[in-house]
Design a protein around this ligand. Structure first.
Ligand code: F6P
Length: 324
């Protein structure tokens, strides 16, 4: 038990859901309870904050959720929070509720909303929760591992049929601005080419790679495309037209956002939730929980959101070597 003066905090999930968000909520609530801090669960992200959709969360309210995908608090993308009036209103609600801090579990956009709130005096603790791993200040975001494993499971199944029919398969995975899911599943799933938004390969280079691999005796092909590059169906049609190889496109879509979180995601969620509340009790202000050099730590909210990580081609280069 701590001798903190912190009495009440809020917690919300915002933006696209990610497996492990529930485990993070559980961790925040139980750690807060251990420190005699009340937790207000805010539903539907900033939308619920703006419209007073709240309920107190006790330790038992978060039983049996750490194994569940999605978020018990629901989530939303709030257009109102992108206006100065919306931010001011949300900050006012936090003050009326007497929240000593607000824990935001979400991605880039959600934490940017948190930064706006922090400028109105609200103490924000961010927990990166997004399958895309597109928050450059951290080496890990809750949900990524589950999404990669879900995509990989689908790719394994597609490989079976692609191999039987000696076809080419184009598989589109999520990742609007970042190709991390594509690169990880591409390497782990044995793709021959991976198209990522950071550095997309042109379709003729894809065709060339397929033909070269066929000339080396490969009888089926796997191309992974990140959502941010898109046009998977068109690419499949182009490959078939130029090469004469039967080609099928599969867009994995939202199935990647669901499912029971992996051990890695539960662990990250548990540690980050714990660290967020601990920091609040220690008087810290406006931090993002991150992984840096393989260790769980934290960074200033604004500094974290301004971090820019250069695209690292290492995984791509390995994929290309292993594909032949
Ligand atoms: O959460 C990230 C993400 O899954 C992106 O990869 C994708 O572009 C986006 O969310 C989809 O959002 P929505 O569920 O709103 O269609």
């Amino acid at each position: 038990m701590s001798d903190t003066k912190i009495k009440k905090i809020g917690v919300l999930t915002s933006g696209g859901d990610a497996p492990g968000m529930n485990a993070a909520i559980r961790s925040v609530v139980r750690t807060a309870n251990d420190n005699d801090i009340k937790v207000v669960g805010i539903q539907r992200g900033f939308e619920g904050l703006l419209h007073g959709e709240l309920s107190e969360l006790g330790g038992r309210d978060v039983s049996n959720i750490m194994n569940r995908g999605g978020t018990i608090l629901y989530t939303a993308r709030s257009a109102e929070m992108r206006t100065p009036e919306g931010v001011e209103k949300a900050a006012q609600v936090c003050k009326v509720l007497q929240l000593d801090a607000l824990v935001i579990i979400g991605g880039n956009g959600s934490l940017a909303g948190g930064l706006d709130l922090s400028k109105h005096g609200i103490n924000i603790m961010g927990i990166p929760g997004t399958i895309d791993l597109d928050l450059d200040c951290t080496e890990y975001t809750v949900g990524f591992d589950t999404a990669v494993n879900t995509s990989l499971d689908a790719i394994n199944k597609i490989r079976d049929t692609s191999c039987s029919h000696e076809r080419c398969s184009v598989v589109e995975v999520m990742g609007r601005d970042a190709g991390h899911i594509a690169l990880w599943t591409g390497l782990a799933g044995g793709a021959e080419e991976v198209l990522v938004p950071e550095d997309p390969v042109n379709k003729d280079a894809v065709v060339e790679q397929i033909l070269e691999n066929r000339s080396h005796g490969k009888n089926h092909n796997l191309i992974v495309v990140a959502e941010g590059v898109g046009h998977s169906q068109e690419l499949a049609e182009y490959i078939e037209k130029i090469t004469g190889i039967q080609t099928r496109a599969t867009i994995l879509g939202h199935l990647q956002r669901g499912g029971s979180p992996t051990a890695k995601d539960r662990l990250a969620a548990g540690i980050m939730g714990y660290n967020a509340v601990k920091l609040i009790t220690e008087g810290a202000r406006n931090r993002i929980m991150i992984v840096k050099d393989g260790k769980f730590t934290d960074i200033d909210l604004e500094e974290g959101l301004n971090c820019k990580r250069a695209y690292d081609k290492t995984l791509y280069d390995i994929i290309k070597v292993l594909a032949i």
